[in-house]
Design a protein around this ligand. Structure first.
Ligand code: BGC
Length: 707
């Protein structure tokens, strides 16, 4: 307990006194109590996703893990309350690093209050395929944006003395056949894309844990892939924490242990009795076991879960609502706004038609292991659905209809469910303004069949917009959607999965209390045909499920692999559309404001640091925040896509205000990964630095020679 010693020294002191059994005890979880209420561990654990039994004799607490992608999962089981933050993809759309810290800190506080000391959040796999059913849990398609936001989120969580996590390492970029898929990608492309997001997240966020993924990468399961775990993560990035497998993602004993897997979740198929026997027989050296144990213990000291033990308290729902609303207000993206339709002027509007997506009662949330339980009941339950998760749509009781009515108290506000588009259009025709809410639900374990809005919502929007020229569409989606109707409505807002107080955030943007400032962290393509893989690679039946009970041998072999070729390599998202010269519906980094901004006077200096300086002016009549984006085109010899994001700054400006903005660029973000030298290298030559408000609107450019 001498806090003057380093976490490593403290871990070593504890280890001197540990028995073999105690060491093994730290190497594995004990099942998922929430699905297995009868195991004895349930009584001790907090019923989260994972539980590692502590060693009270040595003052080592249990590790009580809980999924917490956008809030603490499964609190309903414990009769408790959790805030649902806007989905992670929304956080990415805010491009606001302070918001990312607040997001992580709120999760950390609520985990602590509920008795947990480890988060299983921190998803950072890139949006290589926007049909990925977990796109809402991730932070977009760009490695610098995603990695930076993940790092801040993890810092926030760990500021509350909670073990932070980053996942799913690596390339779990689709859910279809995730337990069998064998992702093929070249090393340079891997290091410059998904792995770069993890590199930034690990090096700047200091997570305690890295969760390895279900899928294979270049022939080997992620959780026994020594290239990923040993060479890249632990050697090159000097990650001092521990690697835990995704639940059931451990496939071997000696192989996984030697490759760098430190801890098995959710149970102890390999890392319990079998591990102990292997140490006793000498097939796994004691030094290897000790390294795993050391990494776990040092992380517990580093995150402070030993010096600041869990103390249960009451979650503050009111504080949570403010954080959730503020981040959502920072994250909503205004995609279209013709003739100044938005913001709405409550004094002038006499009637509003609110249509679709159960907007009378609630807003949708993302499903799967990320699911946060809503207070009270699911706000909307389709008759065909069972009333409880997992894998049903969960609607939070945050009613857009009520929030709109509150802001327009003198207007007649009517609701139509939209199930009959003609009836909805007839109601819209009689109103001054029509607001159509449309949604696309996503959940872990399955991908979207396509990027179309389901349930005939395209038709609904088209009919309503044809009936009323003042139609506004509000999207509640995790992924980009196609918009065959894009020219019809006057305004479009992307509100993502909007969290516990989403309706107030959306209404504040609609009525102008808040000036929207989010920008897209994912490209919205025109159609699936423009994606690198127009058809999602689907697993053969044999690769989806074991038939019958699974023997150790079968488990080790895993489900038969099927190949997913990432031929696009580093060209993820906008880099692909740029390189292929494909037009898109809405580009990466795009988002409108109720203000307008002017960029001027770019200079780039390179010395010890590489810095872009420019002037940004708010030329509009309202205060607002502009995300100024910096891209670089590398010298031709580098053989890179046309441009890449290398930095940004979210700048808050009053009406008429202008400011000099300085953004430092990390030389790594301007470099290529040289596979021969096994390191990042700056290719000497001329770099074009581009600055502006979207990846396709970059009014400033200058050339700088770097060596
Ligand atoms: C998911 C992880 C999650 C774990 C524990 C897995 O199915 O892929 O993201 O943390 O379950 O719930």
């Amino acid at each position: 307990m001498n806090t003057k010693l380093s976490p490593d020294e403290r871990a070593d002191l504890v280890m001197k006194d540990m028995t073999l059994d105690e060491k093994i005890q730290l190497l594995h979880g004990n099942g998922m109590p929430m699905f297995d209420p009868l195991t004895p561990v349930t009584a001790m654990s907090n019923r989260g996703g994972g539980y590692v039994i502590g060693i009270p004799r040595l003052g080592i607490p249990a590790i009580d893990m809980c999924d917490a992608a956008y809030g603490v999962r499964g609190s309903g089981t414990n009769g408790r309350y959790s805030t649902a933050l806007p989905a992670d993809v929304a956080l990415a759309a805010s491009w606001d690093t302070a918001a990312a810290f607040d997001y992580g800190a709120l999760i950390g506080r609520e985990l602590r209050a509920q008795g947990y000391n480890m988060s299983l959040g921190g998803g950072v796999d890139l949006t290589r395929d926007p049909r990925n059913g977990r796109t809402f849990e991730y932070l977009g398609e760009d490695p610098v944006l995603a990695g930076t936001m993940a790092a801040k989120l993890i810092q926030g969580t760990e500021s509350q003395h909670i073990l932070g996590d980053i996942k799913h390492y690596a390339f779990n970029d689709q859910e279809s056949g995730r337990g069998a898929a064998d992702v093929h990608i070249g090393e340079r492309a891997a290091r410059e894309s998904d792995l770069l997001a993890f590199e930034i997240g690990v090096e700047q966020g200091y997570p305690a844990g890295v969760m390895c993924a279900y899928n294979r990468v270049n022939g080997l399961f992620s959780c026994e892939n020594s290239y990923l775990l040993k060479e890249v993560l632990k050697h090159d990035w000097k990650f001092p924490g521990f690697v835990l497998s995704d639940w059931g993602g451990t496939h071997s004993l000696e192989k996984a242990s030697a490759a760098g897997l430190d801890h098995e979740e959710g149970g102890s198929f390999f890392y319990g009795e079998r591990y102990k026997a292997a140490v006793q027989s000498g097939s796994i050296p004691m030094s290897e076991l000790d390294e795993h144990v050391h990494r776990i213990l040092r992380s517990m000291f580093a995150a402070g879960i030993i010096d600041y033990p869990q103390r249960r308290s009451v979650v503050d729902p009111f504080a949570g609502l403010v954080v959730a609303r503020t981040i959502e207000e920072d994250a909503i993206v205004l995609l279209k706004n013709e003739r100044g339709t938005l913001p709405l002027d409550a004094r002038k509007i006499q009637s509003i038609a609110v249509i679709g997506a159960h907007s009378d009662v609630g807003m949708i949330s993302g499903g799967g292991s990320a699911q946060v339980d809503p207070p009270g009941e699911n706000a909307f339950v389709a008759s065909a659905q069972a009333p409880t998760p997992p894998n049903v749509e969960v609607w939070f009781p945050t009613s857009p209809l009520k929030a709109i009515q509150e802001r327009a108290p003198h207007a007649a506000v009517q609701y139509n469910s939209g199930t009959d588009p003609a009836a909805a259009a007839a109601m819209a025709k009689r109103a001054d303004v029509a607001i159509v809410f449309a949604y696309q639900w996503e959940s872990e374990g399955k991908d979207l069949p396509n990027l179309s809005l389901p349930l005939h919502q395209d038709d609904l929007i088209a009919q309503v917009a044809a009936a009323n020229p003042h139609t506004i569409v509000v999207l509640e989606t995790g992924s980009p959607v196609t918009m065959p109707w894009v020219n019809a409505p006057a305004a479009i807002l992307e509100a993502w999965y909007a969290g516990s107080d989403g309706a107030n955030a959306v209404a504040n943007v609609l009525f102008g209390t808040v000036n929207p400032s989010g920008k897209l962290p994912n490209t919205f393509p025109e159609s699936e045909a423009d994606l690198p893989r127009p058809t999602l690679v689907k697993p053969p039946l044999a690769s989806v499920r074991f038939s019958g009970p699974v023997s150790p041998l079968e488990r080790a072999a895993g489900l038969p692999p099927f190949t997913v070729d990432y031929n696009e390599g580093v060209e993820v998202g906008y880099k692909w559309y740029d390189a292929e010269k494909k037009s898109v519906l809405f580009p990466f980094g795009y988002g409108l404001s109720y203000s307008s901004y002017r960029y001027s006077d770019l200079t780039v200096t390179s010395g010890k640091t590489i810095t872009a300086t420019f002037t940004l002016a708010n030329t509009g009549a309202r205060a607002g925040a502009e995300i100024a984006e910096i891209y670089a085109s590398l010298p031709a010899g580098a053989q890179e896509p046309p441009k890449r994001l290398v930095g940004w700054s979210k700048v808050r400006l009053n009406a008429g205000e202008q400011r000099t903005v300085t953004v430092e660029m990390d030389p790594k973000y301007l470099s290529i990964f040289d596979v021969q030298k096994d390191q990042w290298m700056l290719v000497p030559g001329d770099y074009t630095i581009l600055v502006g408000g979207s990846s396709q609107d970059l009014p400033l450019r200058t050339v700088v020679h770097l060596r």
